[in-house]
Structure formats: structure tokens, C-alpha cells
Write a protein of this length. Structure first.
Length: 322
């Protein structure tokens, strides 16, 4: 079985149970997005490829940790040797930090608004990066919105000003205000990710009440002007009710503008609990569409330096999962 097919099937499952030797040093915790507040996750690697599993004691998949990161993945009747990756913060090789844990918006697929809100101080963030500095090559930032979009943007910019001390590529994914791309570019940010989230404006309105779909597209267009093609990204969740044709149209709209789509399989939590993760067959079909769209636009995921496309744990990424 080729890696692309195997990873698609593993992403369809989405979770694994851990057994064997203690693996505390290999467990990553999420404080943003659909995985926030869970039992954590692990990254299982085969060679240069990796996949992220939410930890779920009831999962049919098992990862047996033999010690020192050596592990076997039991998938059906297959035993797959590999290793667990030690995260920097949230994911391997990066300090991926949620600045504000909590959000005043209520996107239906996200658990963050249901959790206690807190904001990390600048000193706390600097200490976190320093604690993993020896094993990271990038810093990535995301944030909920605690008070207002403008106030959150201002605080994120303050944090970035301090993080430049580390002289590492910085990626930022926040909900944009009018001049957010310009402000981030002026601060020396390397890459940005503004998320359209859903394949159609109708689904976006249903899933993200109170957010402005057009503003996100405007921020993406401005970001390509400033940061360049291939340095701008956008999550699109697979499995919110869109058709393949609608997803293909969204992928093409993004790539034709110089934006790299991040196709994120739905994690059915919060108000989406009754929905299903996309099938492996659908993920592979969209992977082929995604790959062709990137090639037509001259976009290369292998050049990404920060955030999700560099990690490639949660998604099938053309150019990295082949």
C-alpha cells in the first residue's frame, strides 16, 4: 500500500489508542480548533512521512510504544513499524502557539468557545519558545478572539515584535481585520493563513455565524500581493456538506489567486458531533484535484516554512505525501 492510500485511510479513522511504554513526552496538546480540550494527540512517522492521531482509548487503531519513540501501528491486520515524533509545541519542529485560548465567535465545528478563556502573556509565550528552541525551526501563531478583532490583532502584533528575537520564520493565522496583512508583513512575518473554512459562502454563513466571508478573501488577495505566491494559506474543511464540485471550485479559486489550500478533514465535535469524517476514497479524490490545481498555479507545498502545510500531520498534502 502506497503512503497516500495508507494516510487517507488513517485520516478517515482520525484517532488511535496508545499502549506499551509511557509516551508522555510524545503527546501534543491542542488549545485551538476542533481538537482543543481533548486527551491530546501523537504524531506517527514512517520515514519522512507523518500522520497525527487524536488519542482515543476506544479507537480500533492501536499504537504500541516500545520505548524511546519506537512504535508499531496496528491497523486492521497490518503491523506498521515507525516512530513517535516529539513535538516542539503542538506539532513537531515548530513552536505552534495559541495566544488566546477562547473565542467570542461560535463556529459550529470548534470546541474553543465552550472552554474557559485565557490569554498567554508575552513572558509566558517567550518562555514557551525558549523551552523548545533547541528542536524547532519555526514559530507559528494562532489566536481566538477574546474582546474584539482589532484588539486581538494588536496583541498578536505585540507578541510578534518580541518573538523576532529568536530569528526564526514566523507564521500567523488569525481572523483578519482591514489592514492585518499589511501589519503582519511590516513586522517581518514569513507566512500567513486566513481560513475560508468552508467551500461555499452558504456553508460558511451556516458554520461561522458572525464572521465575514468576503473579508477573508480580501485578506488573502492582499496577502499574496505582500508575501508572494505560495506564502499564503487557507484552511478548507472537508465534510461540512459540500459537494466534490463545490470543493474543487474553492480549491481552484484559491490556487488561481496564489493561495495554497489546506484541506482539513472534519473532526466531528461541537455542533458537528453527529457528522462523519470524510472517507479515505473522498480524501484521495480531492487530493488528486488539489495536486493538479497546485501544479497549474505553480505552487509548491515543499517550500512552506511554517504552520500546517509544513507539518502535514492532519491533512493529505500534495508534494509532501507522495
Amino acid at each position: 500500500m502506497q503512503w497516500e492510500e495508507l494516510k487517507a485511510r488513517l485520516l478517515e479513522a482520525g484517532s488511535a489508542r496508545l499502549s506499551g511504554e509511557p509516551a508522555d513526552g510524545y503527546i501534543a496538546k491542542s488549545t485551538a480548533g476542533p481538537g482543543a480540550g481533548g486527551k491530546g494527540a501523537v504524531f506517527f512517522a514512517m520515514g519522512n512521512h507523518r500522520v497525527k492521531f487524536a488519542i482515543n482509548p476506544a479507537s480500533p487503531l492501536e499504537i504500541a510504544h516500545r520505548g524511546n519513540g519506537v512504535a508499531d501501528l496496528y491497523f486492521g491486520d497490518r503491523q506498521i513499524p515507525g516512530r513517535l515524533l516529539r513535538p516542539g509545541l503542538h506539532c513537531p519542529d515548530q513552536a505552534f502557539i495559541t495566544i488566546t485560548e477562547g473565542c467570542l465567535f461560535s463556529c459550529r465545528y470548534c470546541t474553543v468557545p465552550r472552554m474557559p478563556a485565557r490569554r498567554k502573556t508575552v513572558e509566558e509565550i517567550l518562555d514557551l519558545v525558549e523551552s523548545v528552541r533547541h528542536r524547532i525551526s519555526a514559530i507559528s501563531l494562532t489566536s481566538g478572539v477574546m474582546g474584539s478583532i482589532e484588539e486581538e490583532e494588536a496583541y498578536v502584533c505585540e507578541v510578534i515584535g518580541h518573538l523576532r528575537f529568536f530569528d526564526l520564520p514566523i507564521g500567523v493565522s488569525i481572523y483578519p481585520f482591514d489592514k492585518t496583512p499589511d501589519k503582519l508583513h511590516a513586522l517581518g512575518v514569513t507566512e500567513v493563513k486566513f481560513n475560508v473554512e468552508a467551500a461555499t459562502p452558504e456553508l460558511f454563513s451556516e458554520m461561522c455565524p458572525g464572521l465575514d466571508y468576503d473579508r477573508i478573501w480580501q485578506a488573502l488577495d492582499r496577502s499574496v500581493e505582500l508575501f508572494g505566491k505560495g506564502r499564503v494559506f487557507s484552511n478548507v474543511i472537508v465534510g461540512l456538506g459540500e459537494t466534490d464540485a463545490e470543493m474543487e471550485a474553492c480549491i481552484n479559486r484559491l490556487t488561481s489567486r496564489g493561495v495554497i489550500p489546506v484541506l482539513r478533514p472534519l473532526n466531528p465535535v461541537a455542533d458537528c458531533t453527529g457528522m462523519s469524517r470524510p472517507t479515505s476514497e473522498r480524501l484521495r479524490h480531492l487530493f488528486a484535484i488539489h495536486r493538479q490545481a497546485l501544479a497549474r498555479a505553480g505552487l509548491d507545498t515543499a517550500a512552506a516554512l511554517t504552520m500546517c502545510t509544513t507539518c502535514a500531520g492532519c491533512d493529505l498534502v500534495p508534494g509532501r505525501d507522495e
